[in-house]
Design a protein around this ligand. Sequence first.
Ligand SMILES: C[S@@+](CC[C@H](N)C(=O)[O-])C[C@H]1O[C@@H](n2cnc3c(N)ncnc32)[C@H](O)[C@@H]1O
Length: 239
Amino acid sequence: MRPDAVHRVLDTELAAARERRGGDAPRVLDVGGGSGVWAVPLAAAGCHVTVVEPSPNALATLHSRARDAGVTIEAVQGDTDALGDLVPAGAADLVLGHGLLEIVDDAEAGLRALALAVAPGGAVSVLVANRYAAILHRAIAGRIVDARRLLDDDAGQLAGSRDPLVRRFDVAGLEALVEKVGLTVEVLQGHGVVSDLVPGVVLDANPGAAEALAQLELEAATRSPLRDVAARLHVLARR
Ligand SMILES: C[S@@+](CC[C@H](N)C(=O)[O-])C[C@H]1O[C@@H](n2cnc3c(N)ncnc32)[C@H](O)[C@@H]1O
């Protein structure tokens, strides 16, 4: 299976970082890295990976995943508020904040902390939930009242419910936030533009459909207005 739009951008970024380092392993910092969904494959691909994560349970799963994959990951228990005390400033080639800015108390402070950890010339990769996709997906599922409440909420949160997210983003808001902390947006693309909408049974029943969908997804990822309603928005921003 070909890499999706986010992996493709990260692969290019890490290849450039490796070249800058004269062939040495790129240094990746994954903040809110959870159980290692991104961290473990990056370590397996030859990166030096540090995960900062507050949840002991997530860290336990991360350790076991890393062990199973035969890779070493430096895992630090902590959060964005303490990031400056936990990792050296300006040292990482690539800082990941995936699924993070929707749940931290202060998204601007969180992103500022990530930006401080990046080496000059390095990049921050941010992956966040898209508020408009959340509205569409609920409406399609018949959850019309929830869709309307999400539309009406300024932060894109399903207020008053058990919404695990504090906020969701749109393209303009995400771009403005990234620039506010002094980073330059290099890539702003969608993740899950069409792939999240196609049921697995459709793919199973049609030979070649999965590959065709992956190609369609890649093409749609950067094309507005399709990109703008992707399930998640991805930014690669340069320091
Ligand atoms: C939705 S998960 C994303 C995990 C992983 N980055 C991924 O994309 O699969 C969010 C993670 O952020 C962690 N987290 C929550 N608040 C945080 C904070 N203030 N600083 C760092 N991580 C935090 C949570 O414990 C959780 O593991």
